[in-house]
Design a protein around this ligand. Structure first.
Ligand SMILES: Cc1cc2nc3c(=O)[nH]c(=O)nc-3n(C[C@H](O)[C@H](O)[C@H](O)COP(=O)(O)OP(=O)(O)OC[C@H]3O[C@@H](n4cnc5c(N)ncnc54)[C@H](O)[C@@H]3O)c2cc1C
Length: 421
């Protein structure tokens, strides 16, 4: 038997490393389809060729129940309770099969806030379905007038007995149209300075008073939305942290988001626009006329990608050892955003004329844009999403390098008195 009755591997923090790896190997043989295992030795592209996204989603509950999605999380939250070294060994054992984690916003944005500031009841209620991808999450932070200056947000939450009534508008909300829940920042006290009057909630999106309107990317995909909240209700039991302490709680989410975008988070974002110098090298091999300048640029990108991977490994190791990522995650975020844009641009250069012309039907919804073109267009957002490069540079300057803070004349003024554009 390779799993418990719940589908979880029969191992925990008391198992030896040998027992852990034996159980993982047995689980792979029993549960990862043969064709995926056969393709694993030939790399990610071979796996993608035999594994459609829909196949993977249909199979995912087996992975979700196994505990292997988050091996170092406690058993009761959906993990295996393994220590840092064992969890790393498990990840290395599974790496060839490219078992990406679904629900990255639940794993990387909601979960850090719940771990750091949630109640035990909230963790037990919300973390296991996140791990199993049974409840999908989104992030309701940005507003039309509050992006970089997030703390100026205007969505209001007013208390009504044991519930809060929420009214306002969010924007750029990735996957809201697919989500069941969102982490929400709302203003609960307009009479105090902007950061002090915010509270953090977990809001159920399947209710009256929540309207989700999809927006389209430059490349044609629909993956973010406007979310209109008009009298939506949140139980006080779904408030994370104290009333007015939402900015502090949000920092756990924002830090998790920067790690996710930098590639050092615990959930992989499997979508178009992901980096990959290996893919560039394959493209270059198909083009005999590659000149020496392009060769040199490829080598430089390869070196930078390795540096980024090692930096991410260092951040991940620190996280597993219980060290907070802190503002240093901004460094990875800035680097990854710019590096991926250069990688994606290089892909279109290698594609040559094929990157400039495609069937006109593709212009409608982007579905048949060449992969490289879709990746290049998607990557334009990499220096905006998860906090812009400029704003992350401010964080690095102020909180990593200790430079003087950006002046804010309204720092101590009540939010209600601060002019908003
Ligand atoms: C693909 C994508 C997905 C997203 N998904 C989500 C999501 O799921 N949930 C969510 O809540 N939000 C999401 N966002 C929103 C994202 O967090 C914001 O776009 C981002 O924080 C910037 O805010 P803004 O768009 O309002 O730009 P603004 O804040 O208006 O910035 C405009 C420009 O001014 C610059 N700037 C602003 N302030 C400063 C400063 N102090 N110093 C120097 N330069 C400055 C910025 O760098 C930028 O170039 C997403 C965005 C994108 C592109």
């Amino acid at each position: 038997m390779t799993t418990t009755d719940l589908g979880r591997l029969p191992i925990d923090g008391s198992s030896s490393l040998e027992e852990v790896l034996d159980a993982v190997r047995a689980w792979v043989v029993a549960h990862v389809p043969q064709a995926w295992r056969d393709a694993a030795s030939e790399g990610t592209a071979a796996i993608r060729a035999v594994r459609a996204r829909s196949d993977y989603e249909a199979w995912y509950p087996i992975f979700g129940r196994s505990g292997l999605v988050v091996p170092n999380w406690p058993l009761e939250y959906g993990g295996l309770g393994l220590d840092v070294a064992a969890a790393r060994a498990v990840e290395a054992e599974l790496a060839p099969y490219n078992l990406g984690r679904l629900n990255p916003l639940g794993l990387n944005l909601a979960a850090p806030a719940l771990f750091a500031h949630g109640t035990e009841a909230q963790r037990l209620r919300f973390l296991p379905p996140i791990v199993r991808n049974e409840e999908v999450w989104c992030q309701l932070f940005s507003e039309p007038g509050a992006g970089s200056d997030l703390a100026s947000l205007a969505t209001r939450a007013e208390r009504d007995g044991d519930t809060w009534v929420v009214t306002g508008q969010k924007v750029w909300t990735t996957w809201a149209h697919l989500a069941d829940f969102g982490v929400l920042l709302a203003r609960t006290d307009p009479e105090v300075p902007k950061r002090a009057g915010i509270t953090y909630f977990l809001v159920d999106l399947h209710q009256q008073g929540v309207e989700i309107r999809p927006l389209r990317h430059i490349g044609g995909e629909v993956d973010f939305n406007e979310v209109h909240l008009d009298g939506a209700r949140v139980a006080d039991a779904n408030r994370v942290g104290d009333v007015g302490d939402g900015w502090n709680v949000a920092n756990a989410t924002l830090s998790g988001e920067r790690q996710m975008v930098a590639g050092s988070g615990s959930g992989g974002v499997d979508r178009i626009g992901g980096s990959g110098v290996a893919r560039l090298i394959r493209l270059a091999r198909d083009h005999a006329d590659i000149d020496p300048v392009i060769r040199q640029e490829l080598v430089a990108l390869y070196a930078e990608e390795r540096i980024r991977a090692w930096t991410n490994q260092r951040v991940r190791a620190g996280l597993r050892a219980g060290r907070p990522p802190g503002p240093a995650s901004s460094i990875g975020k800035v680097h990854q955003g710019e590096l991926n844009q250069r990688i994606q641009l290089m892909a279109t250069r290698l594609l040559g004329p094929h990157a400039m012309a495609w069937p006109s039907s593709a212009l409608d919804y982007g579905a048949s844009l060449p992969y490289e073109v879709a990746g290049m267009l998607r990557s334009r957002a990499n220096t905006i999403e998860g906090g812009t490069t400029e704003v992350n540079k401010n964080i690095i300057g102020e909180r990593v390098l200790g430079l003087p803070r950006e002046p804010d004349p309204w720092k101590d003024a009540a939010w209600r008195e601060v002019p908003r554009g």
